[in-house]
Design a protein around this ligand. Structure first.
Ligand SMILES: [Zn+2]
Length: 456
């Protein structure tokens, strides 16, 4: 058999079995979860690299020794360009187990979708990369292009070791084009080529007034309430419409260009579909008009309280809580200076007082936004491959999420173009309960990758 597409079609279930196997390893990279499991998943990825026939397979330490970077290559096309393909095998925590309709670490098929944590983000993406290379190698016997492939084990917890890995292994990962298979598609029928990402500044904020919670009847009144104080402090971060209130941060945001606006308005958009896919309740109003949704998602900063903890529902007695803790995040966009914005945010929080209480900021992390030019021929080449793989033209999209290392890669590779594609679609609910991947979207993504790699 010499047609990679046919080979893929007849071996699709084998590749999905590999996905099932990877998904069954709960490789949650967050501190607090057993890191050894992440390392075990890394070992399985290494085995998959071997099965594909990749060579020079190596393991590099991540920010934690149990979260290794796995590298493999196929470099038997001398004189041809080199493509670096990226995916990650670590996952987010499963979240609220009661909300899962099937076990989070058991790949479960329902209505053409595969449900499990990491099914799409990004074990599905990683397997898509491997399936494309494997289908060409096993059918044609060789690739028309050199391929390097990298699997990360700590993307979801901030890629702590990536800068170090890239700095130390610049020549090993040197390539002409980067494919990052960890992004979204516009919808289930339309492939997306992601050309911008938001950045993310996150930090923990804590107010503590007491040594321990006390009886709110016996002692409440004279004591300041930490949860109320933290609420008041956090409330100063946004205006009445929910926009970040710090003027210096707002002023750094570049208004959309006429071209960007044109691109946005050319995309088909259905408000009802958006409401449905976002899970917003029927009675809840959006913060903007339907025509502004994409701009808000891709090109405006947004502020979230990711977690607010003062006690728990189970422990909610008549008490004055001792302390309150929150994790907050600000999504940033061009041209916010992330370091400056981080400082502004932190200073603003530390300046506030409520009932004489102040908040302490800790665990600050900063990931930068990214926006690429699309004039390199690789973009056209990928657009052609996506059109073939999906049977219709792709669209250039932004992404409200963050992949801070895209810039690290492009810098290390001397400005090589980064092509961001993926196996997610708006129904995926990555990072949320009941994450799923559409089998058809995955199939189309693998076909596109086969077309892309074959087009050199
Ligand atoms: Zn991901």
């Amino acid at each position: 058999m010499s047609d990679p597409l046919q080979y893929f079609q007849s071996h699709e279930t084998d590749y999905l079995k590999k996905l099932k196997h990877l998904v069954a390893i709960p490789s949650v990279s967050f501190p607090g979860f057993e890191q050894k499991v992440v390392g075990e998943c890394g070992n399985e990825v290494k085995k998959l690299f071997t099965e594909v026939g990749l060579e020079n397979i190596q393991t590099f330490p991540g920010g934690h020794p149990e979260r290794p970077y796995i590298y493999g290559e196929w470099l038997k096309a001398p004189g041809r360009p080199t493509v670096l393909m990226y995916g990650h095998y670590d996952v987010q925590p499963p979240g609220n187990l009661d909300k899962w309709q099937s076990p989070p670490f058991e790949l479960t098929e329902k209505n053409g979708r595969l449900f499990a944590r990491g099914s799409a983000d990004d074990k599905g993406g990683l397997i898509a990369n491997l399936a494309a290379i494997d289908s060409i190698l096993k059918s044609v016997g060789s690739l028309p292009v050199n391929v390097k492939i990298l699997a990360e084990g700590e993307e979801e917890c901030g890629s702590g070791g990536l800068d170090n890995f890239v700095a130390k292994n610049k020549s090993l990962i040197q390539a002409d084009v980067i494919i990052i298979t960890d992004a979204d598609n516009y919808d289930e029928q339309t492939a997306g080529l992601t050309v911008s990402l938001r950045g993310l500044i996150s930090m923990s904020v804590e107010v503590q007034a007491l040594k321990q919670p006390v009886h709110s009847g016996l002692l409440g009144g004279p004591l300041p309430d930490s949860a109320m104080a933290l609420s008041k402090i956090l409330a100063t971060l946004v205006d009445d419409s929910g926009e970040i209130s710090i003027p210096e941060i707002r002023e750094m945001v570049v208004p959309l260009s006429a071209d960007d606006r044109q691109e946005l308005s050319s995309l088909p958009f259905d408000e009802h579909k958006f409401r449905d896919e976002s899970g917003i309740l029927p009675e809840t109003k959006l913060r903007c008009s339907a025509g502004e949704i994409l701009e808000h998602l891709w090109f405006k900063p947004s502020f979230s309280i990711n977690c607010f903890q003062a006690s728990s529902q189970a422990q909610a007695g008549n008490v004055v809580v001792a302390s309150a803790w929150a994790r907050i995040g600000l999504r940033t966009v061009p041209n916010i200076d992330n370091e400056k914005a981080k400082q502004l945010l932190q200073e603003h929080i530390e300046r506030q007082t409520a009932f004489g209480l102040k908040a302490k900021v800790s665990n600050v992390s900063v990931g930068t936004w990214w926006k690429t030019k699309t004039d390199h021929p690789a973009f056209k080449q990928m657009e052609a491959a996506l059109a073939k793989g999906w049977g219709r033209a792709s669209v250039k999209i932004g992404c409200g999420g963050s992949i801070p290392f895209v810039q690290t890669f492009t810098d290390a590779l001397g400005g090589a173009p980064a092509l961001l594609i993926g196996v997610c679609d708006p129904k995926t609910f990555a990072h949320s309960e009941n994450e799923s991947m559409s089998i058809e979207v995955w199939r189309k993504s693998v076909r596109s990758l086969i077309h892309f790699l074959s087009s050199f």
